[in-house]
Design a protein around this ligand. Structure first.
Ligand code: SF4
Length: 364
């Protein structure tokens, strides 16, 4: 029997019920899918570093006949998570070192990231913030919020605030409305961005009420996090539509390049066409951050560059994200090169096009 069919539609489609019914341990998980002996053994050990958690909705997307199912790989702990490479750290982006106020990372000149909740519908095994995600003590309280708002107000160089976490949509609609209202009251803030994986892992969170809240503060740039075409279900597409129509948001997507999940031109091409047809602009393809225990997910940069070369030019520019790396230690995000410029001389630039053919462009 399909997992979904075990429950009533009114429960299944109720995001609060889905959160309350999240699967949190191996025993509960085995009631839903079978685990391999190696997965079972890994479970207890990995849980000490980073908890396990998934919604029934996201779990229902797993193909039980495929041991390499891309949904399964994103949420079920693997033995490689326990392998810590010398270059991996708990805070690869140096976020804690650039935190003037609890929860606020101010690393770039004109923008700041605001960590608002330790909660996510699903705990992704490759998460960059596994040091704090899932740990209730990491969530800023209301006094921290006021301090953060004061910081934004007194730092007019901040033009963009990014609501993040964990997942900011784990907060209630009322709290989200309060935070957006506070940010909108600061005239130096040019625009607001929300990063959320709920459209992927629990699209029922995108309710009409939430759409109405977001719609009051339009325009909001809303960045989703789809990694694989299997995640773009019918209900996900419907709720993206709701976000766009009722929430009046501008939809973008960031993916992480993940070994064995989406590291092929075919998968990324299908994903990015599907996103674009759902009204979502593919924005970033991230090189997987060097967070501890992530080596099993990381794709060599050279392979990532080759994948990008097989997309760019063959697909409409609207469907192609920028391939970027966030430099270890807080160096910031940079685009990864695709080497179209072959050489220069006194008079010309020499380029290769997407098919490998050479062209020159005069310098003057
Ligand atoms: S939704 Fe984002 S913050 Fe939450 S576990 Fe996944 S990657 Fe980490």
């Amino acid at each position: 029997m399909n997992l979904k069919d075990r429950f009533s539609p009114s429960d299944w489609e109720n995001w609060k019920w889905q959160i309350q019914s999240r699967i949190r341990n191996a025993k509960e998980l085995q009631d839903c899918i079978s685990l391999t002996p190696s997965e079972l053994e890994t479970f207890q050990n990995t849980n000490r570093f980073f908890e396990f958690g998934t919604t029934l909705y996201y779990l229902s997307l797993i193909n039980p006949d495929d041991p390499n199912c891309p949904i399964r790989k994103q949420i079920i702990p693997s033995p490689e998570e326990l392998e810590k490479r010398p270059y991996e750290t708990i805070d690869p982006l140096g976020e804690e070192a650039h935190m003037p106020v609890r929860g606020v990372t101010h690393r770039y000149p004109d923008r700041a990231l605001w960590y608002l909740s330790h909660m996510c519908a699903v705990f992704c095994r490759f998460c960059t913030r596994k040091r704090k995600v899932g740990k209730s003590g990491s969530t800023p309280g209301s006094e921290d919020w006021e301090e953060a708002i004061h910081y934004f107000r007194t730092h007019p160089e901040i033009k963009e605030v990014i609501l993040s976490g964990g997942d900011p949509l784990s907060l209630s609609d009322g709290k989200i409305e309060y935070l957006l209202g506070a940010l909108r009251s600061i005239s130096s803030i040019n625009h607001i961005r929300i990063h959320s994986r709920y459209p992927v892992t629990l699209p029922y969170r995108i309710t009409e009420d939430l759409g109405d809240v977001l719609g009051k503060f339009s325009p909001i740039y809303f960045v989703t996090h789809f990694n694989h075409p299997m995640e773009l279900t019918q209900v996900a597409k419907e709720r993206l539509n709701l976000l766009r129509e009722r929430g009046k948001v501008i939809l973008l997507n960031q993916s992480v390049l993940l070994k064995g999940i989406n590291d092929s031109p075919e998968v990324l091409s299908e994903l990015n066409y599907a996103l674009t047809s759902s009204g979502v602009k593919p924005y970033y393809l991230h090189q997987c951050d060097e967070v501890f225990g992530s080596s099993g997910f990381r794709v060599p940069i050279q392979k990532g560059i080759e994948i990008m070369k097989s997309l760019r030019g063959y697909m409409s520019g609207i469907t192609v994200p920028s391939y970027v790396i966030d430099l270890n230690g807080g160096g910031g995000k940079i685009p990864l090169p695709t080497d179209y410029l072959e050489k220069t001389d006194a008079e010309h630039y020499y380029f290769q096009n997407y098919q490998g053919r050479s062209f020159s462009v005069p310098k003057e």
